[in-house]
Design a binder for this molecule. Sequence first.
Ligand code: LLP
Length: 423
Amino acid sequence: MHHFHYQNERLYCEDVPLADIAAKAGTPSYVYSVATLTRHFTVFDGAFEGVPHLTCYSVKANSSLAILGLFASLGGGADIVSGGELFRALKAGIPPDRIVYSGVGKTEAEIDYALRENILMFNIESAEELEVINSRAAAIGATARIALRVNPDVDPRTHPYISTGLRKNKFGIDVDGALKAYRRALELKHVEILGVDCHIGSQLTEIAPFVEALKRLKILVGRLAEMGIKVQYLDLGGGLGISYSEETPPHPREYAQAVVQELKDLPCTLIFEPGRVIVGNAGCLIMQVLYTKQTQTKEFVIVDAGMNDLVRPSLYGAFHGIQPFEKGKRETRVVDVVGPICESSDFIARDRKLPALNRGEYLAVMSAGAYGFSMSSNYNSRPRAAEVMVDGDRFFITRERETLEDLVRGESIPDSIERARQI
Ligand code: LLP
């Protein structure tokens, strides 16, 4: 369910024609719907009503301050993976006691920052990291609240690049290793064990792998109880998928039912780290057709958004729907929609049946709210896109398009080269 729709053959976000946004903000730009974001957050969070829980939105999916601010206003927490994400979350007003910190490569500086801000919990991903967090906490005179991220070795049946809970993945600690690490944590003076964490992958379209992981976690929780460790928080990560085209992922309510059913005798607070399911279908990328080009084998539609703006098709072969701003009846063509970047992998869609398109017209790439802007880059020295938030019949540019000066901010030419240039 989202708020992008045609009205009199024109594509709208809520009550604003996307054409108005293109005219004001230019293209390429990301456009997000407040109504969809709010709905998705409240549906997910509301699915666990009556069960002690915390919805820690996964900042990496879309780190826009405006979106984080919206979730903060809805009572959300944050799942972060870097000092940068911590900075954003705090700046947006998410309270530190609702922030959990995952990631295999936390630096000492990042750990210190999170300790000083007194976040709720570190999700620790290796035995070595446990030692470092303990010693950093000792140095600062703090206590680190921790969970160990357990790798349950469950196949999430998703794209191999985004599955994380298999033994061969770099994430978390296997169950036996985790038991050892918990025993060690009991000896450490500057950590307090709060619970267990797990995240098995992203864009899951079935419930079974979640339930399988939970069953394995429950066995671990039992073993921890025998060691005298009471699990107060069980962090189940994110991963619930969305529909990009034909997928039929479970509704958050079904997911909640399965989780609650499986955990009914476990008195602890649940933490969730949803990303894509909240923001994915709440955003689109708007772009303009620069040229059309017929070659001997293909018809290309060349647009002003490239893989630097949206890398998912190039990186994962991901499908994103494409809709023209003006619907109208026209013949269809099978085309490749490609960007201006100098790479053959720079495409938004391949062999896609679309209405015949003309130079100058505008298109929206759908379901681009998650891992869109947040994975964008300056490749080919392209300024990053603007971001726009629509709220009813109003819209706001929440991030200005980068300028050419932004591209070289912080750069300099060494004096020796500068001198040589002047000779
Ligand atoms: N928690 C942890 C520890 C994670 O690593 C992730 C995502 C999430 C939560 C949120 O997962 P979600 O609910 O969004 O599935 N760039 C890829 C997705 C990478 C996901 C990385 N981790 C894509 O564009 O599909």
